[in-house]
Unconditional design. Structure first.
Length: 67
């Protein structure tokens, strides 16, 4: 039996404003465990990770092998 690993996902359309970045990443930054955390958006060019919370484009996210 395979036990799935816990992951956190926050989904947004775009990260075009600083307030949006703070809101979307902030929701995950408040979680103080060591499971993977992702913000998934339609952005192709936005590649920053903030304090361990990773940003992924939706296509890249759906093709990840980490599942």
């Amino acid at each position: 039996m395979v036990i799935p690993q816990l992951r956190y996902h926050q989904v947004a359309y775009k990260l075009s404003e600083e307030s949006t970045v703070e809101r979307e990443f902030g929701a995950l930054l408040g979680i103080r465990d060591h499971y993977p955390k992702y913000v998934v958006t339609m952005e192709d060019f936005w590649q920053d990770n903030i304090e361990g919370v990773k940003h992924k484009n939706i296509a890249e996210f759906l093709l990840m092998d980490e599942y």
